[in-house]
Design a protein around this ligand. Sequence first.
Ligand SMILES: Cc1ncc(COP(=O)(O)O)c(C=O)c1O
Length: 404
Amino acid sequence: MFKINENYLKLPGSYLFSNIAKKVAAHTEANPDKSIIRLGIGDVTQPLAPAIIEALHGAVDEMAHAETFHGYAPDLGYEFLRSAMAKNDYEARGCDIKPEEIFISDGAKGDSGNIQEIFAQDNKIAVCDPVYPVYVDTNVMAGRTGTYDPEKEVWSDVIYMPCTAENDFVPELPKEVPDLIYLCFPNNPTGSAITKDQLQVWVDYANKNGSVIIYDAAYEAYISEENVPHTIFECEGARTCAIELRSFSKNAGFTGVRLGATVIPKDLKCNGVMLHSLWARRHGTKYNGAPYIVQKAGLAVYSEEGKAQLKDQIAYYMRNAKTIYDGLKAAGYTVYGGVNSPYVWMKTPDAMTSWDFFDYLLENAGVVGTPGSGFGPSGEGYFRLTAFGTYENTAKAVERIKSL
Ligand SMILES: Cc1ncc(COP(=O)(O)O)c(C=O)c1O
């Protein structure tokens, strides 16, 4: 008789977005005339930039002719895209990352979930609390997290690093030394950023203790402040302790196109074994590459035209973020994020729980956000609004909240 991977049974139900969907559906049924504005899920709404559309069309036409047709992509991704990333994302920032240290993929979600496979079963992970749930859940599936305490909503073998207003949403170094440290900045869900000096402390800590930092830079394009690093490789010594995850979803609207990358420097080694070699082996065995068409679209992100158009797209979303941030602040709420990130993280008023505030906002303003507690116990008492809606809807939502 076959057996299943019982680790999957340990996963607590993912109530967050299904709960939200259920509540919104019930509200709509009871109030068919009331309009709802969704600022909950972090998905983009603006169309792909013209330069990207043009590149997609061009690549589709290439696929129509034997001379320019492309089959399987190279394991690491096409050289043209890896070189463009190395030049624009790293060299331009003074970082030493070679094209051959970049692995093209179909997005940061898969990579952030799969990367744990190249590490031993008994590695201990540390995550921020609240956190993007993929990091923990994929380690649960791999059997690395111990037992779940449903009361406290924590795993026995995971080191949680609370990120709250008290520490400016930047975690403190954990007392118990983790093997793998997941960091994401600018952060989902708190919208907070880390300064280069603060990140350097983490890089030094990881190098000193033999830990690896898995750094999720999915929101790097939203950074507006000078002292905030766009990549962990801006920090000295990161080549020997860090893996970086990149995504084209939020900087270029590829959530439905799918493209990302994982960067593993060849200096990152465990007893002389390069993690790069392990990931190359994994990638070559389990993954057959992001489509040529999509990688060509990715290249357009780095063209002069593409860069200018995407700058405008980011500015559009950041105008939304500012509208939410300023509007809520003017209405007397305590708000965070929204400056280097498309997420605004607010304190729920009057000590309401995250879910109580969700219900209140849905009922009275017809606005849907995300309860902070859904991202971890330290998210209780907070609420997330995203800047990825249209400007019109965002402004309307803020007006509704202000008039409560
Ligand atoms: C922190 C973080 N990492 C990764 C992802 C997923 O990125 P991708 O669309 O490239 O898979 C998201 C998506 O919301 C995210 O918030």
